[in-house]
Write a protein that binds this ligand. Structure first.
Ligand code: SOE
Length: 374
């Protein structure tokens, strides 16, 4: 086995914590060398120090430019605001580092393509952190779709609801600034559902969208009012290359919905329903069942035969949101160790970004937008 992977994590906020927990736990469950939590970097040095203290990072740094050139770092983990993803990833690739980058991968498809090409040229492993691909019940859904259990897919309906912005007093943060984030609920939440759509159903051919910003100004932590320049909600219709029709809704104005990502997939032979807030379950309806006992069956996805679950607990002993990061990091470390590619990679980040860009443009211009075929 190769030497242990020395990790340099950039961005010490929420995602930085989720990834730190992944690095700490992964070696206990995956057959990969335990990674070294080498350096955590944040422009806010005290945030880096706090994360280092909490999770045991060995060193702190406040300049990503200094971190990406260090010889003792093998993997760069990008958990910063979206604006800095591209420059960090390109510099990391040019310095021969493996890279994992949070979603949305970039501010635009052009940036995402630059990242993909830089990583490919450098021959490093690259991953876009679409952690919901690593929920066991999503992988079971994928297997069932691939086996033809629900037949030809007619509809892919995805809603992603949160409610943390419905409070008009919630302060202005980087996520409200189009220059930092590229978009609001759209890039943050539709990035996940677009990736799941590509993963489960196939490529999207065209989209037609609408967006709104319900609260136009918010107070900054230093007390002045700032204009919100991103969407609070963005909805779109989609046509898939294989003929399926799609619906995507992302909003942070859904009272009572905290992190509610629901997929409903309807095919010629049956249906599948998934809800992230009950991520250990998958609902399945089969047309082949006898009419008098037909109905949705609820599959508790905790058997050791289910994806990843041989790594965890006996049947019925459920896993949670943080496990998806452990799965993601485990698969990435294995790929680094054996020199093979790992999905979702920067190509997937790029293809997802093409759909996000097209939906954004459609919402501004009120017209259907085609997605490039490749
Ligand atoms: C905030 O909307 C957020 O943390 C996203 O950025 C994550 O990707 C999602 O998993 C949960 O919600």
């Amino acid at each position: 086995m190769a030497r242990k992977t020395n990790v340099g994590l950039i961005g010490a906020a929420f995602m930085g914590r989720a990834h730190s927990n992944g690095y700490l736990d992964v070696g206990y469950y995956f057959d990969v060398p335990q990674p070294v939590l080498h350096t955590v970097c944040d422009v806010n040095q005290s945030a880096a120090e706090a994360l280092a203290k909490q999770y045991g990072w060995q060193h702190t740094e406040s300049s990503w430019e200094k971190l990406v050139v260090r010889d003792d770092i093998d993997l760069i983990d990008i958990c910063t605001s979206n604006k800095s993803h591209m420059p960090i990833a390109v510099a990391a690739a040019q310095n021969g580092k493996h890279i994992i980058c949070e979603k949305p991968i970039a501010m635009s498809a052009a940036e995402a393509k630059t990242m993909y090409e830089a990583a490919e040229e450098a021959g490093v492993r690259h991953m876009t952190a679409f952690n919901y691909r690593r929920v066991p019940s999503i992988l079971l859904a994928k297997k069932m779709i691939d086996e033809g259990k629900i037949g030809k897919i007619y509809h892919f309906n995805a809603v992603y609801y949160q409610d943390w912005l419905v409070d008009p007093h919630f302060p202005f943060v980087w996520r409200h600034d189009v220059k930092e984030g590229g978009s609001g609920a759209h890039g943050d939440m539709n990035a996940h559902t677009v990736d799941l759509a590509r993963f489960l159903v196939g490529e999207i051919a065209a989209v037609c969208a609408a967006q709104d910003t319900f609260i136009k100004e918010r107070r900054t932590p230093d007390g002045h009012m700032a204009k919100v320049t991103v969407d609070d909600a963005l909805y779109f219709m989609a046509k898939f290359q294989n003929g399926a029709l799609g619906n995507f809704m992302a909003t942070r104005f859904a009272h009572g919905r905290k992190n509610f990502l629901r997929l409903e997939i309807f095919g010629s032979e049956g249906s599948l329903v998934f809800n992230l807030e009950r991520l250990n379950e998958l609902d399945y309806f089969s047309r082949a069942d006898a009419p008098d006992t037909q109905g949705f069956r609820n599959i508790v996805v905790t058997e050791s035969a289910h994806p990843y679950l041989n790594l965890w607990w006996p049947p019925g002993h459920i896993i949670g949101w943080e496990h998806t990061f452990i799965h993601e990091i485990g698969d990435l470390l294995r790929a680094i160790d054996n020199g093979q590619g790992v999905k979702a990679d920067f190509y997937d980040g790029y293809r997802c970004q093409q759909v996000l860009d097209a939906a954004w443009e459609s919402s501004l211009n009120n017209k259907w937008m085609a997605i490039p075929e490749k």
